[in-house]
Ligand binder design. Structure first.
Ligand SMILES: NC(=O)c1ccc[n+]([C@@H]2O[C@H](COP(=O)([O-])OP(=O)(O)OC[C@H]3O[C@@H](n4cnc5c(N)ncnc54)[C@H](OP(=O)(O)O)[C@@H]3O)[C@@H](O)[C@H]2O)c1
Length: 372
């Protein structure tokens, strides 16, 4: 299977690139020409060097040249949009250009490749669990209604989903909308492409004002290591290809779902792994959903917050609310197990805690039998 994909240098994209050889995937990455301050993608991933295409998701047809479209049409099976502006405090204009227009233009690219090739294509747009806005309880894998609690970032991801559903016509490429949960680094190496998402909170854990954290009792943190999420996403793509044509876009949650740890469980696990790593412990203070949502959505109107702190305050809603992202539709699509990770792995990755040291054999051979 050949994927034309954006966002390879990002957190999720890097994991897809890592998995490509074992999944037998051929990748054609779309990369911006101008990426100031970043290593060129062909230096980060030398294996992709021959297949890189220049483009920008904010441009119509992702800015792909005619000749590139002709060449890609012959071989591409799936268009996968992993590009996004993931700064929760970015301007509405920037969020719209990358997250909404990028999604729409991706469908146009898939349409164009399908037209030129005469083969049925699949378009997968990566959305986010945050489209839930302020919803609580079970979040279904269906289009979601308007919600006054959404932040501008959440709104951009939600509008993108709506626009894709509205733009989809009979005969168009099949569309998969994958709402991904919060991403951590690689489960084996801990490597991260960026310290975005919930790292914005955990990196400044020691600086949380007042050492208190408002959260609903039973609040859950839907996080996955990036490799686990990427595997779930690719399983869903395989499932879509197996299932054949779909009249409407399919929405799935590539999340930890019912396996997501509670916030309390995650924090207690972290503390039990490395009791000395945290200094003064952060206390969970029971708070209503309304308070958490209001605080995380409005604090910048009253407090002079830097961009970093705006991101952190917004992040409170992703760890403080009691809700579960359902995975029934994902289960219908994928043949194997659903994405999941051990809370200990999640706690280590979240707080960069050291990996467990293998037990050292005692020098005295008579005592060696007591080794664990
Ligand atoms: N990280 C999370 O916890 C999380 C959770 C749920 C959903 N998601 C979704 O998953 C997707 C990937 O997230 P991520 O965390 O991997 O993102 P990321 O680490 O911030 O990387 C974003 C990627 O998008 C590319 N990109 C941004 N603007 C672009 C443009 N105009 N044209 C082409 N490429 C562009 C970036 O390219 P450059 O290298 O050139 O900057 C980068 O490779 C996003 O849609 C995000 O909303 C992420």
């Amino acid at each position: 299977m050949k994927l034309l994909l954006t966002g390879v240098a990002g957190q999720l994209g890097s994991a897809v690139v890592d998995l490509a050889p074992e999944r037998g995937l051929d990748l054609a990455p779309v990369v911006r020409a101008h990426r100031p301050g970043r290593l060129p993608v062909d230096r980060v991933f030398p294996q992709l060097a021959g297949g890189i295409v220049t483009g920008d998701v904010r441009q119509p047809s992702w800015g792909l040249a005619e000749a590139a479209l002709d060449e890609l049409a012959a071989t591409v099976d799936v268009v996968l949009n992993l590009a996004g502006d993931t700064d929760w405090a970015a301007s509405a204009r920037d969020l719209y250009a990358t997250n909404v227009l990028g999604a729409r233009h991706g469908l146009d690219v898939a349409r164009e490749l399908q037209r030129r090739s005469g083969r049925r294509l699949l378009y997968c747009h990566v959305s986010s669990f945050v489209v839930a806005g302020g919803a609580l309880g079970s979040i279904a894998e269906v289009p979601l209604p308007p919600d006054r609690h959404r932040t501008q970032y959440e709104e951009s991801k939600w509008v993108a989903e709506r626009e894709l559903a509205a733009a989809h016509r009979p005969g168009d490429p099949d569309v998969l909308i994958a709402r991904v949960g919060a991403l951590l680094g690689d489960s084996r190496t801990g490597r991260t492409a960026k310290r975005n998402s919930l790292y914005v909170l955990s990196d400044r854990w020691r600086d949380l004002p007042g050492r208190v954290l408002p959260a609903m009792p039973g609040a859950r943190v839907d996080i996955l290591p990036r490799d686990v999420a990427a595997r779930g996403l690719l399983d869903a793509l395989d499932g879509m290809v197996r299932a054949g044509p779909r009249a409407e876009p399919v929405i799935v949650h590539v999340t930890a779902g019912e396996r997501a740890p509670t916030l309390r469980n995650l924090l207690e696990t972290a503390r039990s792994i490395a009791p000395g790593a945290f200094g003064e412990w952060v206390r969970l203070v029971p708070a209503s959903a309304e308070r958490i949502l209001w605080l995380s959505g409005n604090a910048q109107r009253f407090l002079p917050l830097s961009k970093g702190w705006r991101n952190r305050v917004i992040g409170l809603r992703y760890i403080g609310l009691d809700r579960i992202w359902e995975r029934g539709r994902l289960a219908d699509l994928v043949a194997g197990p659903l994405p999941a990770a051990d809370p200990e792995v999640l706690a280590r990755l979240t707080f960069d805690l050291p990996a467990p040291r293998p037990p050292v054999a005692p020098g005295d051979p008579n005592l060696a039998r007591f080794r664990p």
